[in-house]
Structure formats: C-alpha cells, structure tokens
Design a protein around this ligand. Sequence first.
Ligand code: AMP
Length: 170
Amino acid sequence: MDFKKTIRDIPDFPKKGILFKDITTLLKDKKALKASVDVLARQFGKKGIKYVVGIESRGFIFGTALAYKLGVGFIPVRKKGKLPSKVRSVTYALEYGTDTLEIHEDALKKGDKILIIDDLLATGGTVGAVAKLVRASGAKIVGVGFIIELAFLNGREKLKGLPVYSVIQY
Ligand code: AMP
C-alpha cells in the first residue's frame, strides 16, 4: 500500500514555515484507513498490550481503531482541563511557550503494559512528555507507534530506549 499517496501536504499550516501532513485524506480512503491500522496491529499485536494510550486529538482516531483491532482498552491523554476526574499532568516545552497534557490518575496501574499512539512524530516533545506521564503511574511502555515520522527532526532521540515504530517516514 502506498500510504504517501493518501497524505496531503499543506504548506504554511498552522503557521508559516510548517509543512503540515494532512491525514484526513488517508482517513477518507477506506483501504488506507484499514491498512494503516492493520500495519500497526501486526507490529504490536504480540506484545501483551493491556491498553492503547492515545494522544489528543489525532492519536484518538488511530489509537481507538487499533485498540478495537487488538481487543484491548483505550486510554485518552488530553489537553489541560478536559478530563473530568482527578488527573496527573505534564508540562513540556513547545517552540514558543509550553503545553500541558493530562491523564486520569487512576487510568493506569503499576506494571500495566501499554502502547502509546499518535498520528505523527516530529521533534518527539509530545510523546516524550506522555511517556513521563505513563511512567509516573508505574505502567510499562512496550511500544510507541505513529502513522508518520518526520525522520529529519530526529524525534527518536527523545524516545531512547523505547520501541518506536512508524508506518511512513519522510
Ligand atoms: P512533536 O511534539 O514535535 O513530536 O509534534 C508532534 C505533534 O504535533 C503531533 O501530535 C502531530 O500531530 C503534530 N505535528 C507536528 N508537526 C506536524 C506536521 N508537520 N504535520 C502534522 N502534524 C504535525
């Protein structure tokens, strides 16, 4: 499957200088949607995963589909203030300023094997922060999966020691 054909480049979105990888065109394509989730399921299917942890918001789309396919539960990591019960938070640096992500404090237990899913790995800041959140609960990260990896940004450097897999690389 040539996934790259189904991904659209949008120059200067959300701001000047960013070449945005638009996955709405992949999602719309029934073969590409199914195949992309199937590739992730093949990669991570035999790791004894208990939960998929998906990152708001495009990580929810692929993460939930993958959890369904693997027959496991799904746990959302959301932006600050969105989760209704008690949360654990992590604040991390962006190009300008900071951002905060949250997970329910009781979502994970010590030793739970989890897989983190997001749509795209750029600098690795987002997933690095989520890995901290997950580790604080004592859960074990057995994989980190993406649809797209912008390899030239070296995001993997921030995820050293974690099994990282991406379906497509640029
Ligand atoms: P980073 O923390 O730098 O790895 O950025 C990852 C997050 O930002 C992911 O949730 C992506 O959805 C989003 N992102 C970063 N760069 C791009 C891009 N060029 N195209 C689409 N999404 C991006």
